[in-house]
Structures are given as structure tokens and as C-alpha cells.
Design a protein around this ligand. Structure first.
Ligand SMILES: Cc1ncc(COP(=O)(O)O)c(C=O)c1O
Length: 435
């Protein structure tokens, strides 16, 4: 006879478990009947703090009869690659992307063409598995347990999937329809008390264009102020900019990288929104010493990036050329701009006086404040019962608070979908008791 391993291992350290397993084996037990039922016992603190991405909980509605306006997926009709026949050969994607960055951002720390980067702060570009891996690696390298990360008060929630396991707190900075508010950033930093709040933040995470969820672009004036504050308070900036080319107006707003004379900006780009979401290819541009360490970490821990993906994407980039890539960006931006106008028009038709929103300036999201609503969760639940899924605002908040906001994705939603969704929402809001 042997005691059940499954029910008694969870509170004991692995060494006990291994002894038990040895005992079990010598007792001639049948391992097939004793599959491990709980792996918590193996996990370190960081893994225990890891939680599933909140947005994933809404994915169960995909493929149902509900209208799904909750996804962050770019519309694949805008992707350039429909079919391909490739003869693969190693190509230098880093060089191509570095030159793209020169043309788009003219970074002050990038050495002239033909001169290789040598100083620690010289800009280089490396590839990653999307923006997500880029900011995860950067945060993982900089933040210690107990540190704070400066974020906008409505921000891309995947960032919390990284900070929580690390034992770090977000420090929220106010934002509005024009992005992060520099005067609040200054206030947060100048009133920081280490004795109560822990070490002064070293890092600011911001999405300067098409904020997810806000759809906001940081104005030029604010970009300059944010950069000046980063210099004053000696911050590094993660410029997470997947929607750069999806700005609805041209000329494109200058990136923080383009202003970065010190080498304090780590700019994250991706092909996810413009070329292929499934390719999982991103690129980070920033100081050589910093990014070399990420390359070491990636190669040491996960074997580096996928050469196959990089080679395929390189071939696509080469076929498009720099001008073709930039023109493609304009076409995709127009596509989303038109959709955003339909979304705003339809919202206007049904939700005037019931909700407030600002016209998005890039990307694929409408961020709406439901008037007279303290917490949008019950409203979102009622909307699901009527037939549409949108994202409840609280998941974008760094601190756990009720939020009256919802995020509506218009990437795939047709005019008819938006019409139904906003008319149902209006019905629900009209039935709401005063809060
Ligand atoms: C602000 C922001 N950062 C990063 C990502 C993910 O980018 P990637 O697919 O390159 O990991 C998204 C996608 O929704 C996003 O909105």
C-alpha cells in the first residue's frame, strides 16, 4: 500500500517529494496512477505570483454567437503576406531594422552609417519575440523586489504580468486624451518618499501612440517634457510603441528615441500590428551595453530568437523596401482611422449623454467612460447577455480600483456590429440606477 502522493505533496518541499517518489518506486507502485496533480511545490516566488493575462479570460467568447469587440488583434486583412515561396538564407535583419530606425527616428546616439557602435550608450537594435518579450526582459533586468515602475493610470495590462511576479508595484501617473501628464509625473517623482514608498523609481513605461486602452497620442510638447523629466530624475524610459505607424495623421510624431541624447530610451517595436501578429518578431533599440545584456540573457535562457521567422520577415522587408514599408504603414493607418470614425459616429448616435470618449488618434481602441457608473463590470456582464463583449476598464488600472471605463476594439467590428453593441449599451445605461 502506498499513500497518495497527489494529496500530501503540496505543502512539502521537493526533497520530501523525491524521497516519497523513490519509496513509491521501490514499493513497486504504479506511477501511471500517480500523475502529479499540483506543481505549486516546485514554483519559486516569482512563478507563484504569476497570473494569467486578464484579457485571456474573455477569449472564451470567441467563436460564440456574441459580437466580440474585446480583442486586441490587428485586422489580418491589412497584412501584406498572403502566400509565399521562400528560398531561405541567413539575412541580416538587425542591419535592416537599424537602418529603418535611422530613417524613421534619426536617433542621436546611433553612429553614422558604416561606423559600428562602440560606446556603451551607442544605439543598437536587437530582435525579440515581440514587444512583450522586450519589455519583460528590460523589467526583469532592472527591477528588484519592492521597486516601483512608473506607468500611466490606464495602461497596457500585460505589464502587470511582469511586475507582479517580480514583486514590484506600479506607481500610477495621470493620463488623459493626450497621453501621460508631465506635471503629474513631476509631482509623483518630486514628492516621492523612500521611507514609505520604497526606492525612487528608475523606469517609466509608456505607450506614446495609440495608447492601449486610451487610443491617445502623447503630444509633441508633452514628449519633450517627459524626456526632460527623465533627465532630471535620471529615469530610463521604455517606449513601447507598437502603434507608431498606425498614427492617423502624418507627419508621424517624433519618438522619444529621436530625442534621446543621453541613451536613456529603450524603444520597443513590433511587426505584430503591421505585418503579422503571429510572427512574434519585435525589435528593441537602445544603448548597446543594455541591449547586449538582453542578447546574452535571451541566448542563455531561451536559445535566442527564431532564425526562421527572422529570415522570412527579412525577405518580406526586403521585398517591400523602406519606402514600401512606410507606404504600407500609411495604408494601414488609414484603414484604422476610417474604422475609428465609424466607431465614433456610431457611439455618437447612441451614447451621447450616456458616455464620454475622445476620438482615438492611433491604433484600434475606443476608450469610453460610462456616465453615472462607478464600476463597468456589471454593465459589461449585461452586455454579454445581450450579445456583445467589450473589455471592462479596471483591468487597465495599475491599482485595484473600480473603473467606469470600457475598451471597445474596432479592429474587426463592422458598422452593424458597432450599431448593435452601442444600442444595447445605451439600453443598459438607461436602465442603470443612479450611483
Ligand atoms: C501597448 C502594447 N504593447 C505590446 C503589445 C504586444 O506586442 P507584441 O505582439 O509585439 O508582443 C500590444 C498588443 O496588444 C500593445 O497594445
Amino acid at each position: 500500500m502506498f499513500v497518495s502522493i497527489g494529496c500530501c505533496v503540496t505543502k512539502r518541499p521537493p526533497v520530501f517529494k523525491l524521497c516519497q517518489r523513490a519509496l513509491y518506486l521501490t514499493a513497486g507502485g504504479n506511477l501511471a496512477n500517480h500523475r502529479i496533480s499540483n506543481y505549486e511545490v516546485y514554483f519559486n516566488k516569482a512563478a507563484k505570483r504569476t497570473r494569467a493575462p486578464v484579457l485571456r479570460s474573455l477569449q472564451k467568447y470567441i467563436g460564440t454567437d456574441l459580437l466580440f469587440l474585446a480583442g486586441g488583434n490587428p485586422n489580418t486583412a491589412t497584412f501584406p503576406l498572403a502566400a509565399a515561396q521562400l528560398r531561405l538564407r541567413m539575412l541580416q535583419i538587425r542591419e535592416w531594422l537599424t537602418e529603418l530606425q535611422r530613417r524613421l527616428h534619426d536617433p542621436p546616439t546611433l553612429p553614422p552609417p558604416g561606423v559600428s557602435s562602440s560606446a556603451n550608450s551607442d544605439m543598437i537594435t536587437i530582435t525579440t519575440n515581440g514587444c512583450t518579450e522586450a519589455f519583460s526582459k528590460i523589467l526583469g533586468m532592472v527591477l528588484e523586489e519592492g521597486d516601483s515602475l512608473l506607468v500611466e493610470e490606464a495602461t497596457y495590462p500585460s505589464i502587470f504580468n511582469v511586475t507582479e511576479p517580480l514583486g514590484c508595484k506600479p506607481a500610477a501617473v495621470k493620463n488623459d486624451a493626450h497621453g501621460i501628464i508631465p506635471s503629474d509625473l513631476s509631482k509623483v517623482l518630486s514628492s516621492w518618499v523612500e521611507a514609505t514608498s520604497g526606492p525612487r523609481p528608475k523606469l517609466l513605461y509608456c505607450v506614446p501612440n495609440g495608447g492601449n486602452p486610451t487610443g491617445a497620442n502623447l503630444t509633441l510638447e508633452r514628449r519633450k517634457e517627459v524626456y526632460a523629466l527623465a533627465r532630471k530624475f535620471d529615469l530610463l524610459i521604455i517606449e513601447d510603441d507598437p502603434y507608431h505607424m498606425l498614427q492617423y495623421s502624418r507627419p508621424l510624431l517624433p519618438s522619444l528615441l529621436s530625442m534621446d541624447v543621453d541613451g536613456r530610451v529603450l524603444r520597443c517595436d513590433t511587426v505584430s500590428k503591421l505585418m503579422s501578429a503571429g510572427a512574434r518578431l519585435g525589435y528593441v533599440s537602445g544603448p548597446k551595453q543594455f541591449l547586449d545584456r538582453i542578447v546574452d540573457l535571451r541566448e542563455g535562457v531561451s536559445g535566442g530568437g527564431s532564425i526562421l521567422t527572422e529570415t522570412i520577415m527579412m525577405k518580406v522587408f526586403q521585398n517591400m523596401g523602406y519606402d514600401g514599408y512606410i507606404e504600407h504603414g500609411c495604408r494601414v493607418a488609414d484603414f484604422y482611422h476610417q474604422r475609428s470614425q465609424v466607431a465614433s459616429r456610431t457611439a455618437e448616435k447612441y451614447l451621447k449623454g450616456l458616455a464620454e470618449w475622445s476620438a482615438p488618434q492611433a491604433g484600434m481602441f475606443l476608450w469610453m467612460k460610462l456616465l453615472g457608473v462607478e464600476d463597468s463590470r456589471p454593465v459589461c456582464q449585461k452586455l454579454i447577455q445581450k450579445g456583445a463583449v467589450v473589455v471592462q476598464g479596471h483591468i487597465f488600472c495599475p491599482v485595484s480600483v473600480n473603473s467606469p471605463y470600457i475598451r471597445v476594439s474596432f479592429s474587426y467590428a463592422s458598422e452593424a456590429d458597432l450599431d448593435k453593441t452601442f444600442s444595447w449599451l445605451a439600453e443598459i445605461l438607461k436602465e442603470q440606477p443612479e450611483q
